[in-house]
Design a protein around this ligand. Structure first.
Ligand code: ZN
Length: 135
């Protein structure tokens, strides 16, 4: 598989508006857009940063993955997303190597990306998202 770059860093936040006040108002970053991903029970905000992005994630449901993450660990870095050239090939290769996956098939991610998560037990405690984006 070919990892092309760090696509984005996902940060779980309790309050998207309050967090945007920090990232835009204090750090001077610019909001590219927000999107609600119903399947993940999450509202996202993307802030481009050089060749990568910061993704702020707030939950729309305490039982969603971000709600559970914040309940267990509090706010903070939730995942790293690595852009891959071909997510189907990457998942097939990881599966063949016996790597523990959360998603065996790609699903919809914010911005129209195709994404899949590798289990953090397979990556030394870091939740890794694979992300394929077509230009
Ligand atoms: Zn992400």
């Amino acid at each position: 598989m070919k990892v092309l770059k760090l696509d984005h860093v996902g940060i779980a936040v309790e309050d998207l508006e309050a967090s945007l006040a920090v990232y835009e108002g204090i750090l001077g970053m610019k909001l590219h857009g927000t999107e609600e991903v119903a399947e993940q029970k999450v509202k996202t905000a993307f802030l481009p940063l050089g060749d990568t992005e910061v993704e702020l994630l707030s939950t729309t449901d305490p039982e969603g993955p971000i709600g559970k993450f914040i309940a267990a660990k509090g706010q903070g870095v939730q995942h790293l997303a690595f852009r891959v050239e071909d997510i189907d090939a990457a998942l097939a290769e990881l599966k063949a190597k016996g790597v523990r996956l959360i998603d065996e098939k790609p699903r919809y991610g914010a911005g129209g990306a195709r994404i899949a998560f590798i289990h953090p037990k397979a990556t030394n405690g870091v939740l890794v998202e694979l992300c394929e984006r077509k230009a």
